[in-house]
Design a protein around this ligand. Structure first.
Ligand SMILES: [Zn+2]
Length: 239
């Protein structure tokens, strides 16, 4: 299982079973540039296994689901989401890919904390959102109400996390921007995309209003060993 990316006219591969020596986000080994697009086709069989597992959980009633699109099957949505999340983990915290995989293998849903603080080194968890297409009209970062909540979309349903938006489809994804709770409330709007039959309301922002990924990395609160301990404890508090 591996992921790969291109930079400086070279293709680099990152195997999930090897310990990635450098902490921090994925960078080109030659020029040090941040990598924002990644190919996760090398994880295809793992993604299929996990997509099937999630469908089986849903079919047996152990996992609540909601119809998110009329154009795509639930299975396609699951695969898109997991593939995009794997790509986001490889870009932001490649050293934690193995731990992310283990968490995904045992997870029944992890709203608001797709990537933990102790993996990324960030001050808040990262929630990964994804969309296949983005252009002048399409490509929104959308937040919907949590499962088992009644009624309309509410501002309290926007989590205090860093939201990142991945675009593309399995198995090629790019990280196109990010925002936080405050930014999403300020720049977003209620139901920027039409509500489909059986769907709930949402709050969202067009990708063109998101902030560049480099700014998210500049926000990283490292804080040395104490920061690492604080992040570890903070993650535990939300388990
Ligand atoms: Zn390079």
């Amino acid at each position: 299982m591996h992921v790969s990316f291109q930079h400086c006219d070279q293709s680099e591969q990152l195997r999930l079973d090897e310990r990635y020596v450098q902490p921090g986000p994925l960078r080109c080994k030659l020029c040090g540039a941040l990598i924002s697009a990644i190919d996760v086709a090398g994880a295809q069989s793992w993604l299929e296994t996990q997509t099937t597992r999630k469908r089986e959980l849903a079919d047996s009633g152990q996992l609540a689901t909601r119809k998110q699109s009329t154009q795509q099957s639930d299975e396609d949505i699951d695969r898109d989401g997991l593939s995009a999340e794997l790509a986001a983990c490889a870009l932001l915290c490649p050293g934690s890919l193995k731990m992310w995989c283990r968490a995904a293998e045992s997870s029944k849903g992890n709203r608001g904390r797709d990537l933990l603080r102790r993996w990324t080194g960030f001050k808040k968890p990262v929630e990964v959102k994804h969309t296949r297409y983005h252009d002048a009209q399409r490509g929104f970062l959308l937040v919907r109400p949590p499962r088992q909540t009644p009624g309309r979309m509410r501002v309290e349903y926007i989590d205090d996390v860093y939201y990142v938006l991945m675009v593309g489809e399995p198995y090629h994804h790019s990280m196109i921007g990010w925002t936080d709770r405050q930014g999403l409330i300020r720049d977003g709007e209620l139901n920027p995309v039409p509500i489909q039959r059986g769907q709930r309301e949402c709050w969202g922002v067009h990708w063109s209003k998101l902030r560049p990924i480099g700014e998210l990395l500049a926000e990283v609160g490292c804080g040395g060993k104490f920061g690492a301990l604080a992040r570890w404890l903070a993650d535990l508090g939300r388990v």
